[in-house]
Write a protein that binds this ligand. Structure first.
Ligand SMILES: Cc1cc2nc3c(=O)[nH]c(=O)nc-3n(C[C@H](O)[C@H](O)[C@H](O)COP(=O)(O)OP(=O)(O)OC[C@H]3O[C@@H](n4cnc5c(N)ncnc54)[C@H](O)[C@@H]3O)c2cc1C
Length: 303
C-alpha cells in the first residue's frame, strides 16, 4: 500500500532508497543536513568493491545486485557510471576473494614485484560528482523532494528510513557507528582507462572520464576532515609506484571523507523506522542492493 515515507540522509544510500521507494509508488520526502554533493558519498572514488563492510553473505548479495544495476546505468553517459577493467595486487598468495560470486568473472594475473598474487575483473566506476547529481534529479523527476534540514532526532512517523550514515551515532543513539577517515587526491586525466588496487596501503588509482582519484588511507576513529599535506605526498608516492604513468600529473583537488563504519551494516525495521546505515567503505557498492531490501521492509515483508 502506498505510504508517505521520510528518508533521512541524501548520500548515496538515502537517494537510492528514495528512488526505489518512489518507483514502488510511495510518496517520499528526503531530509538531510548535507545535500548530495556535500556528503561523504561525494568523496568516494568510487570503484565498485566490497571494502570495510560486513556481514560477508549479505554484502556479497547486495554488491551483486548493485553490480547489475550499475552495469545497466553505464549505457547512459549522463549517469557518470562506466564499466572498467582493473587489477588488484596482493601481498600474499590468496584464495579467491569472499565476494567472488558478486562479479561475473575474475581472472588471476601474474603479479609483478613486490606483489605475490593478483586478479583482474571488470567493475563499475562511478564518478560521484556526476552520479549524485543524476540520482538527485531522478528523485525529483519521480515526484520526491530533497530538503536541507539538520534534525535533532529522527522524525515522528509516518514511516522513516534512516540513511544518516555517521549521523546514526546521534539519531539512532548508536555508538557502534564510527568514522574511518579516508583522504584522496584528484589528478588530471593522463589517458588512463584501467583501475588499480594494491592491498598494501591500501593504494588505489581510479580513472574517471575527466580526472583520476588516487588514495588511500583508512584511519579508524579519526574525525579530522582537513586534508594533510604529508598524507597527500604519501598517497601520491604510493599511487605513482603502482601506476608510473601518473608521474607529474597535475593535482586538481584534495578531499577527505569519514566512512560510516560499523561492525555490521544495520538494515532492519524497528516499528515505523527502517534503519539503513553503517556501509563503511562500500556504500556505493552496496547502494542498490540495500535499497531493494529497504523497499521490502517498508512494504512490511521480512527481507
Ligand atoms: C576516501 C573515500 C573513498 C571511498 N571510496 C569508495 C569506493 O570506491 N566505493 C564505495 O562503494 N564506497 C567508497 N567509499 C565509502 C562511501 O563513500 C560510503 O560508504 C558512503 O558514502 C556512505 O553513504 P551514506 O549515504 O550512508 O552516508 P553519507 O554520504 O555520509 O550521507 C549521510 C547523510 O545523512 C545526513 N545526516 C546525518 N545526520 C543528520 C541529521 N542529524 N539531520 C539530517 N541529516 C543528517 C547527512 O547530512 C547526509 O546527507 C569511500 C569513502 C571515502 C571517505
Amino acid at each position: 500500500m502506498p505510504e508517505r515515507v521520510v528518508v533521512v540522509g541524501a548520500g548515496v544510500i538515502g537517494l537510492s532508497c528514495a528512488l526505489r521507494l518512489l518507483e514502488a509508488g510511495h510518496r517520499v520526502d528526503v531530509l538531510a543536513r548535507e545535500l548530495p554533493l556535500e556528503t561523504t558519498s561525494a568523496v568516494a572514488a568510487a570503484l565498485w568493491y566490497p571494502y570495510l563492510a560486513l556481514p560477508q553473505d549479505k554484502v556479497t548479495a547486495w554488491s551483486a545486485t548493485s553490480y547489475d544495476v550499475f552495469a545497466g546505468l553505464a549505457d547512459d553517459p549522463a549517469t557518470g557510471v562506466a564499466m572498467r577493467r582493473g587489477t588488484e595486487l596482493l601481498t600474499e598468495q590468496s584464495e579467491d576473494p569472499w565476494w567472488i560470486d558478486a562479479v561475473p568473472a575474475l581472472e588471476r594475473v601474474a603479479p609483478r614485484a613486490p606483489y605475490r598474487d593478483g586478479w583482474s575483473f571488470v567493475a563499475p566506476v562511478i564518478d560521484m560528482s556526476r552520479y549524485l547529481v543524476w540520482l538527485h534529479g531522478r528523485v525529483l523527476d519521480a515526484g520526491g523532494t530533497v530538503t536541507r534540514m539538520a534534525l535533532p532526532q529522527l522524525p515522528e512517523g509516518p514511516l522513516v528510513v534512516d540513511c544518516s550514515g555517521l549521523g546514526s551515532r546521534h539519531l539512532a543513539s548508536d555508538p557502534t557507528t564510527t568514522p574511518v577517515r579516508g583522504q584522496v587526491v584528484v589528478l588530471e586525466q593522463v589517458g588512463l582507462d584501467q583501475w588499480w588496487l594494491a592491498e598494501d596501503g591500501p593504494t588505489y588509482v581510479v580513472p574517471r572520464t575527466h580526472d583520476i582519484v588516487v588514495g588511500g588511507t583508512d584511519d579508524a576513529g579519526e574525525w579530522d576532515r582537513t586534508p594533510s599535506p604529508d598524507t597527500a605526498d604519501d598517497v601520491l608516492r604510493r599511487a605513482t609506484a603502482l601506476v608510473p604513468q601518473l608521474a607529474g600529473a597535475r593535482v586538481l583537488r584534495h578531499k577527505v571523507g569519514l566512512r560510516p563504519a560499523r561492525p555490521e551494516i544495520r538494515l532492519e525495521r524497528v516499528g515505523d523506522v527502517v534503519h539503513c546505515y553503517g556501509h563503511g567503505g562500500a556504500g556505493v557498492t552496496l547502494s542498490w542492493g540495500c535499497a531493494a531490501d529497504v523497499v521490502t521492509l517498508v512494504d512490511g515483508v521480512t527481507a
